[in-house]
Design a protein around this ligand. Structure first.
Ligand SMILES: NC(=O)c1ccc[n+]([C@@H]2O[C@H](COP(=O)([O-])OP(=O)(O)OC[C@H]3O[C@@H](n4cnc5c(N)ncnc54)[C@H](O)[C@@H]3O)[C@@H](O)[C@H]2O)c1
Length: 379
């Protein structure tokens, strides 16, 4: 099987997730190629030990990502660094001719995203995709298929969201994700928003108008020395959208990105309600898909179905078993590698640069809506 040699830039939380997925590639039954991690880069050299202990394939560990980009052995990069660095590092990666799976939000703001996308246009031979793993959950895939098959009749409303409670503790020490100069003005939308929008955008549901309510609930946090410092990022965003499909149907869509949602650790959900069918999926109950089919005059009963391990990319896991976060990461990687190896991702592709641009248009409109308390039309 073809191997694709990878470098990782940013060896923190997400860098390790990718490495771990690459380490269990044997889980996939029919991959067209296999990633092999040969280089790692982080400013923090303390992180190298875990990688070097677990991946004998690593021959280069460096604190300077340019050294990784100069390594001719490396074909592709996974980059998971703080948002303020996306623009410069992603542009340098693309210019080096290496393929890129970058983390969201793909630029800290609209200007950074535009600059990255301009560079992508200059290097059409380079495959560039953004990370967004939740649509690879079996329940999310079922929702996508039902939309593609036009099963809903007239769509009444769509609700999508991603809820965390990781910032509910006001004593949690501030980190870069809560600093406006590193995480960006989008705050929770930059952190969580592409996860929420990826599937709706893939279905062609680009919002026409946006009205947003953004909240900064914990405005001060302790720093590492215990001093209280300002925490200016938005904690929660409720984005009310009007969507018009290419068939001319219009419906409301709510998108919630909450860092402070009591009781929710990492809950991604999507719900589509229509005159003929409704469907509801949440990772809170990861194997349960709720759906209702309605015939005029008939009853209205929600049906609950256990999904099991139904994946876009076949795996060794038995069909009755449960699917989880790390499985979604593996599926997303399978999609990227499939596209890299064959030119097509098959069942479901990773988020595209165009979709990241659409998400930035929504977040930027949400900021403007909050500022002036008005509805913003997205051109
Ligand atoms: N897909 C997901 O589910 C998911 C989840 C969390 C975070 N993310 C995204 O992943 C990215 C990174 O987030 P994280 O949670 O892994 O953060 P993290 O802080 O755990 O890791 C970031 C790493 O980048 C390193 N770094 C900083 N400057 C660098 C430089 N100049 N060169 C090389 N390395 C440098 C840091 O030392 C750190 O180890 C962000 O874009 C974030 O939005 C995605």
């Amino acid at each position: 099987m073809r191997t694709i040699k990878f470098g990782i830039i940013g060896c923190g939380l997400m860098g390790r997730e990718f490495a771990s997925a690459a380490a269990r590639w044997c889980h996939l039954l029919t991959p067209s190629a296999r990633p092999v991690i040969v280089g790692i880069c982080d400013k923090n050299t303390d992180l190298f030990g875990w990688y070097e202990a677990n991946f004998s394939s690593i021959t280069q560990s460096t604190t300077d990502y340019r050294e990784l980009l100069a390594n001719n052995e490396i074909e592709a990069i996974y980059c998971a660094v703080p948002h303020a660095l996306h623009k410069d590092i992603y542009i340098d990666i693309i210019r080096s001719g290496k393929h890129l799976l970058g983390e969201k939000p793909f630029g800290m703001d609209m200007e950074a995203n535009r600059a990255i996308l301009r560079t992508i246009d200059e290097y059409p031979q380079v495959l560039v995709r953004s990370s967004s793993e939740f649509p690879f959950f079996p329940g999310a895939q079922r929702v996508a298929r039902a939309i593609e098959n036009n099963e809903f009749g007239h769509i009444i409303e769509v609700n999508a969201g991603f809820l965390h409670s990781s910032d509910i503790n006001p004593e949690k020490i501030i980190n870069w994700k809560r600093m406006i100069d590193i995480n960006g003005e989008y705050g929770c939308m930059g952190d969580l928003g592409l996860h929420v929008l990826h599937l709706p955008l893939r279905m062609g549901w680009m919002p026409e108008t946006v009205y947003a309510q953004l909240a900064n609930i914990v405005a001060e946090r302790p720093d590492a020395k215990g001093n209280k410092v300002a925490c200016q990022t938005w904690d929660n965003a409720l984005i009310n959208c009007r969507v018009k499909t290419k068939e001319g149907q219009a419906f409301p869509m709510t998108c919630k990105t909450y860092r402070i949602a009591p009781g929710e650790t990492d809950t991604w959900y999507i719900e589509v309600k229509g005159t003929r069918k409704s469907i509801s999926y949440t990772t809170k109950y990861p194997k349960t898909l709720l759906s209702m089919d309605y015939e005029p005059g008939g009853g209205q009963e929600w049906r609950s179905e256990d999904l099991g391990y139904e994946t876009a990319y076949p795996c060794i896991t038995g069909g009755i078993f449960e699917f989880g976060f790390t499985d979604a990461i593996l599926q997303m990687w399978a999609s990227f590698i499939e596209e890299l190896a064959t030119g097509s991702p098959g069942r479901f592709g990773c988020a595209t640069p165009h979709e990241t641009r659409q998400s930035h248009l929504v977040f930027t409109a949400a900021l403007a809506s909050q500022k002036d308390n008005k509805v913003i039309r997205i051109a």
